[in-house]
Design a protein around this ligand. Sequence first.
Ligand code: 5GP
Ligand code: MG
Ligand code: MG
Length: 190
Amino acid sequence: MSSEFDFPYDFIGKVLFTPEEIEKRISFIANQIHNDYRDSEKLLLLGLLRGSVVFITDLMRKVQMPLTMDFMSVSSYSGSETNGFVRIDSDHKTNISGWDVILIDDIVDTGFTINTVRKLLLDRNPRSLKICALLDKVERHKVDVPIDYLGFSIPDVFVVGYGLDIDEKGRNLPYIASVDPKKYEKSKHK
Ligand code: 5GP
Ligand code: MG
Ligand code: MG
């Protein structure tokens, strides 16, 4: 790993995507969104806290048209294993009826989170609803998730950085990297 990636976490495995690669891909997605929504008067980027914060803030500045953002907080995870149960911890503020909504998350794993939130939002009568995810672990899906805008597909590894955490660590890494489970176990006892 090159020295530009030095960071005080010793559990970092392999860097999967550099800041430059992420930026390039986000520009591409922003362009797609601009083309698809150029006639929309009510575009809402709705992010899931907290993993999507870095992604949504970079993405929104590249979509050069009027839009707004809102957030929901949901939890389905403890540690790194999902249990399929999704709880709404805090809801969005916007009345989304009549809005073109893009639901944004950091990563789709089993798909339970996005799928549950998607159904909930559809009941609230948005004008349209699409899904955008930075990362997708295709081989882990347990339910069908229609992802309209995707950053990158990744294999079945646990990743951190660019908003994604492991026990709240690693969100501020500027790149996306895998976690070395053995090193992580060791680092917990320090
Ligand atoms: P799903 O409901 O699709 O199984 O899980 C989605 C959520 O699990 C994501 O929003 C994220 O919070 C968490 N998650 C799944 N895989 C990873 C991963 O590799 N790294 C991190 N940091 N979070 C993950
Ligand atoms: Mg999440
Ligand atoms: Mg997390």
